[in-house]
Design a protein around this ligand. Sequence first.
Ligand code: BGC
Length: 449
Amino acid sequence: MTAMSASADAVFAHAVAAFEAGTAVLDAIALQFQAQIAQGLAGGGSLKMLRTFTRQPSGRERGRVVVVDWGGTKARAGVVDLSGGGEVRIVAEMTLTFSEAQKRGAPEPVFDLIAGAVGQVVGAQGVGAAPLAFIYSYPARLERVDRAVALASTKGWRLDGLVGRDVAELLTAALHRAGLARVALAAVANDTVAALILQSYQARGRDAGASPADIGLILGTGTNLAADLGPAGIRNLESGNFDGVAGVETPYDVALDRELDEPPPGAQRFEKMISGHYLGEILRRALADLGQRTAWFHWSASPALATAFAFDSAYLSRIAADRTAGLDDVDALLRSLGISSTREERHGVRALGAAIARRAARLVAAALLGTLRFIDPRLTDRRTIAVDGSLWGGYPGFEGLVREALADLIGRERAARVETAFVKDSTSAGAAVIAAVAAAQRSEGCSSA
Ligand code: BGC
């Protein structure tokens, strides 16, 4: 195949340009995000602003905690030691994966699998009685630190009859069935809260006067933010559900939203444009469409192009990382998917993938700015954002793209006051700190928002 005709070239350029999120549009999104935080706290809008019933750690928390981290295609059970001074050590960890069928079945078998994994790690470590922290990375309305009523799930999960049930109680019942009654659930939290709390624990453990993290951001299979809103407490925004995206959506986003049954149309609009679960699918849709309308990408015979969600988001990172002139690794990747490509086509895939990832990064910056302005309208103080997740950690230059967008929005000087701290694998470690904070709160007899 040779280079495209002029009109096909224009079709391609138009598709890439459709993913551009300009600064004026981003600024409007940031303002709307900020307004929706206020609205959410008052009970309206698309941001759920869920209570967490936890508070910032001192950095001196200690103890051995059993942790469960369930938030995507995988779950983990582990044992974590906190030794104060911001020190944390994962003593043991075991990972479970779930099938598509399990994601649509009854909740009990899933909780039994998780309890089984807990049994194995505590058995191997000789742990008897211990507190357990449960990181449940789906929307849940907490009523106490150890009571979390499930809302509709995200990331492709829809367990039968889960909505409205207390996931802490379900896990406790499964632990009892597994003969683990001495492992006592002490706290349930979202992964964004775990990232925020872990960053604060580490910073304050090193220096008692250090400022705690203001925001916890997860950018992996799903996306979400937690923020310390002072008097309103630490809140789980469930920002993946933010709906102020009309200014930047492409026909591919509109179709993806409409055609997916889980999460249903209209739900998780922000997440559907940003997170790892969706970026590969957006690229697949764009390639399939351009394959029909141009001389490029006639690849519909490949299952990776023909099947929904078969183009893995991790491919975007791999494609972006290929620095060779001929895009040799992109070639190898496409061949492994049964696709033979021209050099121009490979550069085309790369340009589209980069545009999709760049839009995601810029939207993340807008959400962060909306949150930072809610906390500190004039952005006068230094702020820390704790970040974790496979997209942030895995896509080459993602952090740089977010920072560049922040600088576009508020200028380099103010953007420099915002620190992004990558707290890799924060969930289990953060969970342990949350359990220790919950124990301290319990012994003081207080409850935070
Ligand atoms: C969930 C959030 C979670 C985020 C990151 C979203 O799909 O709704 O609760 O924090 O993914 O894991």
